[in-house]
Design a protein around this ligand. Structure first.
Ligand code: GDP
Ligand code: MG
Length: 163
């Protein structure tokens, strides 16, 4: 069985964009409106000689962050059950949300590897945004731009190191 890796995070952080980049597909629907990924979406991924299954999550109703919270939590919990490793995607442009801390707290209680990835680090200026995320108490953050590809290779090296 190939390892299963789930991408979780708040709406609009770029989960589907990252999924598409890693699976080299356009299967996941990327949209400016949060919540357009209607179901969990499974894709085949390969990095060097390591094959794995990537899961894009989403499908929450639109609303403010409070409205998302139960859905996100439920999806994270399901992802934890199904997956061998979890990617928590954070928004380097939008900054920290209270739910990020919530999701991190959930991930800390489980015995599966979690990778904390800060997306939308598109240019030099945005590297600064990273330091904010270190206040969440995470040891290792992976800065990436799902849209442009920055950082994705280094992240995949780490993600698949144990596969
Ligand atoms: P999801 O709801 O987490 O699946 O997020 P999407 O993948 O649908 O992306 C939400 C929005 O963020 C879209 O407008 C994307 O074009 C944008 N986005 C995704 N990745 C990046 C990135 O690396 N940089 C920037 N600037 N925007 C991004
Ligand atoms: Mg999506």
């Amino acid at each position: 069985m190939k390892p299963i890796v789930a991408i979780v995070g708040r709406p609009n952080v770029g989960k589907s964009t990252l999924f598409n980049r890693i699976t080299r597909s356009r299967d996941a629907i990327v949209d400016d409106l949060p919540g357009v990924t209607r179901d969990r979406n499974f894709g085949d991924a390969r990095w060097d000689d390591k094959a794995f299954t990537l899961v894009d999550t989403g499908g929450f109703a639109e609303g403010d962050d409070d409205a998302f919270a139960p859905h996100i939590r439920q999806q994270v919990e399901q992802a934890i059950i199904d997956a061998d490793a979890i990617i928590l995607l954070l928004d380097g442009k939008g900054g920290i949300s209270p739910f990020d801390a919530d999701l991190i707290a959930i991930l800390r209680t489980v015995d599966k590897p979690a990778f904390y990835v800060v997306n939308k680090i598109d240019g030099e200026g945005q590297e600064k945004a990273l330091s904010d995320f270190y206040s969440l108490g995470i040891d290792t953050l992976f800065p990436v731009s799902a849209e442009h590809g920055y950082g994705v290779a280094s992240f995949l090296d780490e993600l698949t190191a144990g596969f």
